[in-house]
Design a protein around this ligand. Structure first.
Ligand SMILES: [Zn+2]
Length: 634
């Protein structure tokens, strides 16, 4: 693929590292243009979309959204006449220029050839008379059932099993599969929307609802929304289901199906407290309300930070609030990501690394140091596992994604390595000065989209002078441009995990009976660490003994089950097969299923098992998960 470095480039890179040079680049021959979005057809120097007015109807029978998108467009270049939008698998019926409230003038348009990654450009001829500085075009269109950003979930796969469910996932470049627009994180727009849904269902969006039904369903099935803050297209989001609402605080609440709404409200009752902690550290919460939408288990991610309404996997409803770091994470995006946004997907680490750092600050304040130390230690182990497998050019923070699907950027590198970079700044400048720096950074770039280079210039101008010499340019280069982790990275450490390690050692050596493990007090994190730390091969009798004592195969905790199933696969522990089957066919969260399929594919018998399960599960997975798994299960 075009973005992969050729061998000679890699040799130069390793030679440079061996010589102690810290500036390395894995880029192909032509240099990357910072801030240029290689994943959109839009020419933002000609036109910029500034507002969307959406009116769509959701048909579950046809698995289609159908309606009109009115785009208010700024003509940036006076002589520009061809407006190019991003689309993927959209049926475009007609395009008009809205001359005035009563007059629509048809415009010539052409849908370009479909690229498997980028979709099809929609070229619209906009006459000069349409005006400057701005004008409105109306596009009548419908989506296709295979739209990559929509999942139409059958009723049987929802919590209540009575009504189907629809949800969008626009990040990274899937908004274009359900709305024609400039689908680039550097184009920010406000939006209004009217959504027509079946009368006994509710629509929710990443926006403020305009009808106050006092929580009741709209009698006519019509829901109206307004998003007054300018956001990038990947944050436009819609969910439709048989949804109820429970308030959890003055500005927080949960939307979910009735059978899980109370459990979700209990699990996430600390959300308001999290917002207060965040505001104290990083400045005001600027989005009004912060609600959660609990999705069906096929949601391919843990959460999606859609503004005002984070989308959340039900796999974190553990019953003991042990997996609420996900909520802190999505909430933190209200600053890092939604307020200050990566300009291109190469800059994803500015969204995710900072968010993981903020998440840690929030979790530390709400749950204390010991739990946060455990979570960071688990994260580091996950990162190390990925670094062992990823090619060097995918281990750098600002990753070259030219000619590649930006969904490939979502490894642990931008997340955990990005957060370790910020923690390292804290070790050199002090945690409070770095928090203050981030607070100022969010104020300075609020409602803007920025590239890695802009962040670095801001860092050099605003943090570095506070303590000259505390970090060197060479160290910054190594963090941002070199693979792996710098030797001087400051790594997390958990005392609690040391006790777990020693108990595990004693039990494996036969010095401690299984009943002697101090597991009664173990949290989810200690269990995950215990199971992850088991050796590659464990005698079947030992696994059976552990399973009998602590019901690991039957655990209701999705993370503990995940770790246990990995052990079961590599040891061919047959009593876990029914659970493995039900796990993989009932959950679609990519992080929890991809490694299990990868593990299975390592042996002929496992591969056979993987293919058999995948053949049944595939139709119920999200298109994004299918895209990943098709390349693994062959
Ligand atoms: Zn995130």
């Amino acid at each position: 693929m075009g973005a992969s470095p050729d061998n000679s480039g890699m040799k130069t890179l390793f030679a440079a590292l061996a010589l102690g040079a810290s500036v390395v680049s894995a880029a192909p021959a032509d240099p990357i243009v910072p801030g240029r979005d290689y994943h959109s057809y839009a020419d933002v120097s000609a036109f910029r979309v500034k507002h969307l007015d959406l009116d769509v109807e959701a048909s579950f029978a046809d698995k289609r959204l159908s309606g009109v998108a009115d785009l208010t467009v700024t003509r940036v270049a006076a002589d520009a006449t061809q407006l190019t939008l991003d689309t993927r698998d959209l049926g475009i019926r007609q395009v008009w220029w809205r001359k005035d409230a009563a007059t629509l003038v048809p415009l010539r348009f052409q849908l370009g050839a479909r690229d498997s990654m980028l979709g099809s450009p929609l070229h619209i001829e906009v006459p000069a008379e349409a005006g400057r500085p701005e004008f409105t075009v109306r596009i009548s269109y419908q989506t296709r059932p295979q739209a990559s950003g929509l999942q139409w979930v059958d009723a049987a796969l929802t919590a209540g099993k009575t009504h189907p469910f629809l949800f969008t996932q626009s990040q990274a470049i899937h908004a274009r599969s359900w709305i024609p627009l400039q689908d680039s994180p550097q184009v920010r727009l406000t939006y209004n929307a009217t959504v027509h849904v079946p009368k006994d269902m509710r629509a929710v969006m990443s926006a403020q609802p305009l009808d106050d039904n006092n929580g009741a369903l709209a009698a006519d099935g019509v829901y109206r929304f307004e998003m007054p803050q300018a956001i990038p297209s990947y944050l436009i989001a819609l969910g439709v289901g048989k949804l109820e609402f429970r308030a959890t605080g003055p500005r927080t609440g949960v939307y979910a199906e009735s059978s899980i709404v109370d459990a979700a409200a209990r699990e996430f009752s600390e959300t308001e407290q999290m917002i207060q902690v965040s505001e104290k550290l990083f400045g005001p919460y600027r989005w009004g309300r912060y609600d959660l939408l609990i999705l069906p288990p096929s949601f391919p991610f843990g959460g999606m930070e859609n503004p005002r309404l984070s989308f959340i996997t039900p796999t974190v409803i553990a019953g003991d609030r042990s997996l609420t770091a996900l909520i802190a994470h999505e909430l933190a995006h209200s600053w890092s990501g939604n307020l200050v946004t990566n300009a291109t997907w190469r800059d994803l680490w500015l969204n995710e690394g900072f968010t993981v750092y903020l998440q840690g600050r929030i979790m530390r304040a709400v749950y204390g140091d010991a739990r946060e130390a455990m979570e960071e230690t688990l994260d580091l182990a996950t990162l190390r596992g990925e670094l062992a497998e990823l090619p060097p050019h995918d281990q750098v923070l600002a990753i070259d994604l030219r000619n590649r699907d930006p969904d490939d950027a979502f490894t642990q590198v931008p997340y955990i390595k990005g957060a370790l970079f910020v923690s390292w700044l804290g070790s050199r400048f002090g945690v409070e000065p770095v928090d203050q720096f981030l607070h100022d950074y969010f104020d300075h770039f609020q409602f803007q989209s920025i590239a890695t280079e802009q962040f670095r210039a801001y860092l050099e101008a605003n943090l570095l002078p506070r303590k000259p010499g505390a970090v060197t340019a060479r160290e910054l280069d190594e963090w941002m441009l070199a693979p792996g982790l710098p030797k001087y990275a400051v790594l997390p450490h958990s005392d609690a995990f040391e006790l777990v390690d020693s108990a595990r050692r004693d039990w494996l050596a036969g010095k401690l009976p299984v009943s002697g493990l101090p597991a009664k007090q173990w949290t989810t994190h200690e269990w995950v660490h215990f199971v992850d730390g088991l050796p590659k091969q464990v005698p079947a009798a030992k696994l059976a003994e552990l399973d009998a004592a602590y019901q690991l195969t039957a655990t209701g905790n999705s993370e503990v089950a995940f770790s246990w199933l990995r052990v079961a696969i590599r040891n061919e522990y047959a009593p876990a097969w029914p659970r493995l089957d039900s796990y993989l066919t009932s959950i679609g969260r990519r992080k929890l299923i991809k490694p299990l399929y990868e593990d299975l594919m390592k042996t002929p018998a496992g591969a056979e098992r993987a293919r058999a399960i995948y053949a049944r599960a595939r139709a119920n997975y999200h298109p994004i998960a299918v895209n990943t798994l098709d390349a693994i299960v062959r």
